[in-house]
Design a protein around this ligand. Structure first.
Ligand code: HEM
Length: 483
């Protein structure tokens, strides 16, 4: 006899009489369409997958909290930073970028580092990577860039020709390409890497005064990387190596932690800094803008259900709270559209109401209806605004901090074209061992490129960053350095 609690039911709650045998017309007869339990079971199974993320499809997630360690309320009124000791719950999703949902964890790729803070004034998402810069600096180039990272339309194979053709024609990528090809391109685990907000954001304090800000998560586990041969072996033996490591560490009570630090730039410095501080292919010098610690992030709880928490989690750089705003970074501006659009397509119009995405603070909107509206849909409460029946009202103190705009509307790029100083500085910072591994990795990655023209164009970029960098790669590829 089954008890009420463990009695198997259909999705509409009726008890199931037989879950092992379909209803057939006699022992050897065809299956009857009146077996509604069978029909529903097969039909639901067919719909178990939502589309995977178009990028960052393979990921692992965990719950945790941010604890504020330093008072920075002179810079931001964001409630998650309101006082030392304050804890805000959060959910993090780490990911690779280019591979599909089932692809290997230990590939050379940036890692996504997306954090959803459930603040008491709504959710705040910081959707960054484990690198401080990106390959391109205008959203209009993103779909083309990602095409080069994905499969060739005919062969369905990864395509080094496209990768290096695009990079060699987009010299702004050199900084990120250099970082990716160093040892940091394959982290040992998701716990042993830093995280970055990458873009410049704006913080606004309770007086309405702003500063520009960049975020850094510094791993307390230390940075550790995998040697390429070890990574390749793991990719074959255990493609879920990073996912497993994170889950097991948390399960065993070995909670990974990161210090959250910020760089703060006065608003007016943006007009005079030696490069455009909104250009996401550049880092701000820490000599000019030192790291200031603001909190500590700890991951201490595994998801209970991968699909409900990790797959259905939706992060967007546009999920902002009072005290945190955007900058004119042309990539960030494009991302403000791209993510919400992806979520409405991938998960549905009501994705924010799912348990993993639902704010822990009160939500009072006039949004109603839509597919998969699984809450009470606002019940019988007022469904339009303005109204005279006491419905929720705007709070003028939460208006954006106004900012000046000027100039003609046009397709204008950044006016700063030095793509070489920062990657060159990075190359010069490396030890001889690190340099030779970097060169070896790049040579290995460029060898399959069929066209010498593409190789030479890219070598010229390495050369401009540092002549030795270019010469060593040219030598490795058996080419002579172009004039
Ligand atoms: C995921 C677009 C640049 C970090 C995604 C997704 C899209 C997207 C459509 C899938 C979202 C989903 O289905 O839930 C773009 C566009 C970009 C851009 C259009 C440039 C204009 C960046 C940059 C970073 C970044 C610069 C890091 C600094 C991430 C991360 C995820 C992601 C971490 C995975 C979030 C998760 O775990 O769900 N991106 N992206 N992206 N992107 Fe971007």
């Amino acid at each position: 006899m089954s008890t009420e609690k463990n009695k198997l039911t259909t999705s509409w709650g009726a008890p199931v009489g037989d879950n092992q045998n379909s209803i057939t017309a006699g022992a050897r007869g065809p299956t009857l369409i009146q077996d509604v339990h069978l029909l529903e079971k097969l039909a639901h199974f067919n719909r178990e997958r939502v589309p995977e993320r178009v990028v960052h499809a393979k990921g692992a997630g965990a719950h945790g909290y941010l604890e504020v360690t330093q008072d920075l309320t002179k810079y931001t009124k964001a409630s998650l930073f309101a006082e030392v000791g304050k804890r805000t719950p959060l959910f993090v999703r780490f990911s690779t970028v280019a591979g599909e949902n089932g692809s290997s964890d230990t590939v050379r790729d940036p890692r996504g580092f997306a954090v959803k803070f459930y603040t008491d004034e709504g959710n705040y998402d910081l959707v960054g990577n484990n690198t401080p810069v990106f390959f391109i600096r205008d959203a209009i180039k993103f779909p083309d860039f990602i095409h080069t990272q994905k499969r060739h339309p005919q062969t369905h194979l990864k395509n080094p020709n496209a990768v290096w053709d695009f990079w060699s024609l987009s010299p702004e990528s050199l900084h990120q390409v250099t970082i990716l090809m160093t040892d940091r391109g394959i982290p040992a685990t998701l716990r042993h890497m830093h995280g970055f907000g990458s873009h410049t954001f704006k913080w606004v304090n309770s007086e309405g005064a702003g500063v520009w800000v960049k975020y850094h998560f510094k791993t307390e586990q230390g940075v550790k990387n995998l040697a390429p041969d070890v990574a390749a072996q793991l990719a074959a033996d255990n493609p879920d190596y990073h996912t497993e490591d994170l889950f097991n560490a948390i399960k065993q009570g070995d909670f990974p932690a990161w210090k959250l630090c910020v760089q703060i730039m006065p608003l007016e410095d943006a007009n005079t800094y030696r490069f455009d501080p909104f250009d996401v292919t550049k880092v701000w010098s820490q000599k000019d803008y030192p790291l200031i610690e603001v909190g500590r992030m700890v991951l201490d709880r595994n998801p209970e259900n991968y699909f409900a928490e990790v797959e259905q989690a939706t992060f967007s750089p546009g999920t902002l709270v009072p005290g945190i705003d955007v900058s004119p970074d042309k990539m960030l501006q494009g991302r403000l559209f791209a993510y919400g659009d992806a979520h409405r397509y991938r998960v549905g119009a009501n994705h924010q109401a799912l348990p993993i995405n639902r704010p822990r603070s009160e939500v009072n909107t006039y949004q109603r209806d839509g597919q998969m509206r699984a809450d009470d849909n606002g019940g019988s409460s007022v469904y339009y605004e303005p109204n005279s029946v006491g419905g929720p009202k705007e709070s003028p103190e939460n208006k954006i901090a106004p900012f000046e705009v000027s100039g003609s509307a046009d397709s204008v790029g950044y006016d700063h074209h030095d793509h070489y100083t920062q990657p060159g500085d990075l190359y010069r910072l490396l030890s001889e061992d690190e340099r030779s591994r970097l060169v070896q990795t790049i040579v290995g990655a460029m060898k399959p490129v069929e066209s010498d023209e593409i190789k030479l164009r890219q070598i010229a970029h390495f050369y401009k960053a540092d002549p030795e960098y270019g010469i060593r790669i040219a030598e490795g590829l058996g080419l002579s350095v172009p004039e």
